[in-house]
Every structure is written in structure tokens, then in C-alpha cells.
Design a protein around this ligand. Structure first.
Ligand SMILES: Cc1cc2nc3c(=O)[nH]c(=O)nc-3n(C[C@H](O)[C@H](O)[C@H](O)COP(=O)(O)O)c2cc1C
Length: 172
């Protein structure tokens, strides 16, 4: 089996869970990203923005919509410089207006994807994978794509078995 990289963005704090707004100590995507690592091993790399989004859920959705419309590429606290040595890359993030947060693309656009096996992982509250696979394909030129995984965010903590079985199939 090759070497795995699990790239993820995940927002802690107020979130929309099954129709109501609640505060969560760990982001849903972070939970799923850790399950992938536990199942198939590899390195976790968290994408964190310099400018934090509002803790207020509604305000955060507004900020995210503005960034999506502007095709913003928010600055990150640290960047991964290269994918050398990795065979499989799991790109994980929440669904924000149907796709990954713009911060995920800030990182993706800086890397050479030639020859990598890439899978999209999205946590969501109803949109599934949205357009994230199409958007990944547009950015990760030269990569081969595996089957994406959509996890209902509110069920993230109960998704370990499903996530582990899927990751074991996708890690080449
Ligand atoms: C800014 C923002 C936009 C969102 N947009 C969507 C959406 O379009 N579709 C959807 O199903 N869920 C949407 N959600 C819900 C999140 O995708 C879901 O709660 C996810 O599991 C959060 O992951 P995280 O805790 O790792 O950040 C949105 C949440 C936020 C904060």
C-alpha cells in the first residue's frame, strides 16, 4: 500500500446540526479525517485560515457565500509545499454552499497532482458531495480519482465503520 495524506479543513464552534444551531468542540470533518488516518494510516494536514470565520453560524454562512462568489483564496496559516512521497490524497472538507470552503482551493492550487490518487470527502447537512468532485477534478490536474465519500455531518461521530471500510478500498 502507498503512502496516504489526509488534507482537511474543519470548522469548530457553532454549526447547524439536524435543523438547529449547536456548538461543537471538534469539527465534523476533523472527526472523519481522523477515522481515515486510523483506518489506513498516513499524515494528517489541517488547513487553517489566517482570518478566522465568524463563530456565529449565520454570519459565517454569509462570509462563505461572499468568498465563493468572489472566488476568494483565503490565506492559510501554513502551506504544504509538495506531495512528494504521497500516493493517495484524501481531500476532506465541509460542504459550504455546495463545494469545499475556498481555503481548500488555496492549498490545492499550489500542488503538483500528477500521478496522485485523489478522493473527495465531504461532510454535509443534506447536499452530499455537491459539486466538490467536479471542482477537485478541475484543480488537481494529472491525478486519478477514486470514489468520493459523503458523510452526514451530524452523524460524523458514528461513521467510523463506514469511513474505515471505504478508506481501505480507496488507499492504493
Ligand atoms: C458556511 C457554511 C455553509 C454551509 N453550506 C452547506 C451546504 O450548502 N449544504 C449542506 O448540506 N451543508 C452546508 N453546511 C453544513 C456543513 O457542511 C456541515 O455542518 C459540515 O459537517 C460541517 O463540517 P465541519 O464541522 O468539519 O466544519 C454549511 C455550513 C457552513 C458553516
Amino acid at each position: 500500500m502507498g503512502k496516504n495524506l489526509i488534507l482537511y479543513y474543519s470548522r469548530k464552534g457553532e454549526n447547524y446540526v439536524n435543523g438547529s444551531i449547536r456548538s461543537i468542540p471538534k469539527g465534523n470533518t476533523e472527526i472523519v479525517a481522523e477515522y481515515i488516518q486510523k483506518a489506513v494510516g498516513g499524515d494528517l494536514f489541517e488547513l487553517e485560515t489566517v482570518r478566522t470565520y465568524s463563530a456565529d453560524y449565520t454570519e459565517c454562512t454569509r462570509q462563505a457565500q461572499e468568498e465563493l462568489r468572489a472566488h476568494a483564496r483565503p490565506e492559510l496559516k501554513r502551506y504544504l509545499d509538495s506531495l512528494d512521497g504521497y500516493d493517495n490524497v484524501f481531500v476532506c472538507g465541509p460542504c459550504w454552499w455546495g463545494t469545499f470552503p475556498m481555503a481548500v482551493f488555496t492549498q490545492l492550487e499550489r500542488l503538483d497532482w500528477t500521478g496522485k490518487h485523489v478522493c473527495a470527502v465531504m461532510t454535509h447537512e443534506g447536499s452530499g458531495l455537491g459539486s466538490c468532485e467536479r471542482d477537485l477534478k478541475a484543480v488537481c490536474k494529472g491525478a486519478a480519482f477514486g470514489k468520493g465519500l459523503a458523510v452526514h455531518g451530524a452523524d460524523a461521530a458514528r461513521s467510523e465503520t463506514t469511513v474505515a471500510a471505504w478508506a481501505a478500498k480507496e488507499a492504493r
